[in-house]
Design a protein around this ligand. Structure first.
Ligand code: NAI
Length: 214
């Protein structure tokens, strides 16, 4: 695969392709045409062909896509054919929920540690991962290769913790706190805002009600 720049819009769609292809694989489907995939995913067939052509196209004219191959190639593009090691900072409600979600591991996201400031949480474990005190974070980062820092702490604490992670070579931050981070260019930040998703939902509910006079 070349070093072509792939648009962020295409990258955003890839996890969905990956998920559908994974389901097809589980159901024993070996080949699928762009038309069939289009019906299932409710995306136009031409969009699918265009998206997948970004990677040299994995389909054969009149023969469809090899589901297993396409699934594994998209996995490689997404980098989930390799393990990504994570630490969660903030072992509260959200930190616990994320740590409890074992399916991340199936995608190669391995949780190595959880940290918090609250001494009452010492001794607590989530799926075998102990909650450690935040002052143990720096030595931990020195002795572990961590790829992703997950921030599930109040926004007031985020800048300080993000800087510690970056100082110790963590190159990706999955930020749940509602604040924007100003980090060096080589650090990748993915902000997650469930409330924004809810607001989009609310907008669509309002539009639906308007259209249907409800
Ligand atoms: P929580 O209060 O249950 O958990 C926060 C945890 O962070 C607590 O255990 C606290 O002791 C710990 N903490 C505070 N300062 C710390 C520090 N300096 N180092 C390490 N740990 C520290 O809160 P919850 O509900 O889990 O939310 C966590 C964060 O995620 C909040 O900032 C909240 O606004 C945000 N959030 C974001 C969502 C999103 O969609 N992006 C959805 C829900 C929450």
């Amino acid at each position: 695969m070349g070093e072509r720049q792939i648009s962020q819009a295409v990258i955003r769609r890839l996890p969905r392709y990956y998920r559908y292809l994974g389901e097809l694989l589980e159901n024993g489907v070996e080949r699928i045409s762009s038309n069939e995939l289009s019906k299932r995913m409710k995306v136009t067939a031409s969009q699918i062909r265009q998206d997948l052509n970004n990677f040299g196209g994995f389909g054969q004219q009149g023969y469809g896509y090899n589901v297993k191959y396409l699934h594994s190639e998209i996995g490689k593009i997404l980098g989930i054919d390799k393990s990504n090691h994570m630490v969660i900072i903030g072992a509260g409600n959200l930190g616990h929920a994320l740590a409890n979600y074992s399916a991340f591991e199936k995608r190669g996201f391995v949780l190595d540690g959880m940290f918090d400031v609250n001494p009452e949480l010492v001794g607590m474990e989530v799926r075998g991962i102990p909650v450690q005190m935040i002052d143990e974070l720096e030595p931990f980062l020195e002795s572990h290769q961590i790829d992703i820092g997950v921030l599930t702490i109040p926004k007031s604490a985020v800048v300080e913790i993000a800087n510690i992670l970056v100082k110790h070579g963590v190159k990706a931050i999955w930020n749940f706190a509602h604040t924007d981070l100003n980090l060096p260019d080589d650090v990748i930040v993915e902000n997650v805002h469930l409330s924004e998703s809810l607001m989009r939902l609310s907008y669509n509910i309002a539009r639906y009600k308007e259209e249907h006079n409800k």
